[in-house]
Design a protein around this ligand. Structure first.
Ligand code: PMP
Length: 351
């Protein structure tokens, strides 16, 4: 018996502790393996000053830069300490404790945890056999909030536009659309979010923008929706150095670097999928993100294969018994030599 009162919904929560032991080839966390925009690194080095004072409470200069990138107005943008923080703030702001958060499963593994952290009931709804979110079943789940990830982590598939449209039209629930990987896919919903009163599109600078360690995420939606998220976000969530680096990443030089790396990631993604498909017992899913999910079809367990890869200096993220998919490895796309090391190691482990 603990000596203090605890929150009942926290009983099933465990702190997230990813395996971050150093590894020569780390393809485990879907960050930008080409690095960070040089413009952002230069701004971090040269932009010191003002650290004794608080940053802007709501990161207004960054909001403006993000609004320009997204094609929306600054009051239609809210920022946070990574998109984790934005998702967490949104779940707290947009539903009462006890409300139901429906989401396709499998998806971003933190979502059921973020739901519980905020007193919401996680309601997973199996993906359809074709990997698409099941709009019908999500609607039947009587959700107060719906979370959709597109392209989806870990499958890499993009949600069809008609699925998003149907959820917006037929449900009174706010739709939180997580587009962490949208730069690697196509246009996405970012710019059109404010036109839909119940759509919040969440993005991050941790993936295509190469700034995972800097911790900047954001969301776009109608000014009314964003204002509610801002209430639960609270002040000072983006530090002064983070705002400096993020603004530089959104400058013309920063964006040019990001766009070039996205192009490279797309072509390396095709290489990784094609080469992995040649290894017996491996079936890659066709991905629109900066990672590829490899189904293990030869009866091997993902955790065991990932362990053997780690002994060969390669880290990937194993998934056990994914509904409809089975055992699988999620592999981040990166520069060719890293992918070649991975492919060699995987072929050896599965031989
Ligand atoms: N959403 C998805 C789908 C993710 O995969 C991740 C990172 N793994 C995040 C959000 C959170 O990223 P960050 O907090 O770094 O923005």
């Amino acid at each position: 018996v603990s000596a203090f009162a605890t929150r009942r919904s926290y009983a099933e929560l465990r702190p997230y502790r990813p395996d971050r032991r150093p590894c020569a080839v780390d393809l485990s966390d879907n960050t930008n393996l080409w690095g960070s925009p040089p413009a952002a690194l230069a701004a971090l080095r040269e932009g010191a000053g003002g650290e004794a004072r608080y940053p802007a409470a709501q990161a207004d200069a960054l909001r403006e830069a993000l609004a320009g990138y997204a094609g929306v107005r600054p009051e239609e943008v809210v920022t946070g300490c990574g998109s984790d923080d934005v998702l967490d703030s949104a779940l707290r702001a947009l539903a009462e404790p006890g409300a139901r958060l429906a989401f396709p499963w499998p998806t971003f593994t933190m979502i059921p945890d973020f739901a519980r952290m905020n007193g919401l009931k996680p309601v997973p709804v199996a993906l359809r056999a074709d990997g698409q979110p099941d709009a019908e079943a999500l609607l039947r789940a009587a959700p107060d909030l719906v979370y959709l990830c597109s392209p989806n982590n870990p499958t890499g598939l993009e949600a069809e536009a008609r699925t998003v449209e149907r959820l917006l039209a037929e449900s009174g629930a706010v739709l939180i659309l997580d587009e962490a990987y949208a730069e690697f896919a196509g246009a996405g919903w970012l710019g059109s979010a404010p036109a839909h009163p119940r759509l919040l599109v969440v993005r991050t600078l941790s993936k295509a923008f190469g700034l995972a360690g800097v911790r900047v995420g954001y969301a776009a939606g109608s000014a009314a929706l964003v204002a509610e998220v801002e209430k639960s976000r609270g002040p000072y969530k983006v530090s002064t150095p983070a705002e400096t680096a993020a603004r530089a990443a959104l400058s013309p030089a920063g964006l040019a670097w990001v766009r070039a790396r996205v192009e490279e990631a797309r072509s390396e993604r095709a290489f990784l999928g094609a080469e992995a498909a040649r290894i017996p017992g491996v079936e890659p899913l066709s991905s629109r993100a900066n990672f590829v999910l490899l189904r293990l079809t030869g009866g091997r367990e993902a955790a065991e294969v990932a362990g053997a890869l780690r002994e060969r200096g390669v880290a990937v993220r194993p998934f056990a018994a994914l509904p409809g998919l089975g055992e699988a490895l999620r592999v981040t796309v990166g520069p060719r030599p890293l992918l070649e090391s991975f492919l060699d190691a995987l072929a050896e482990v599965l031989r």
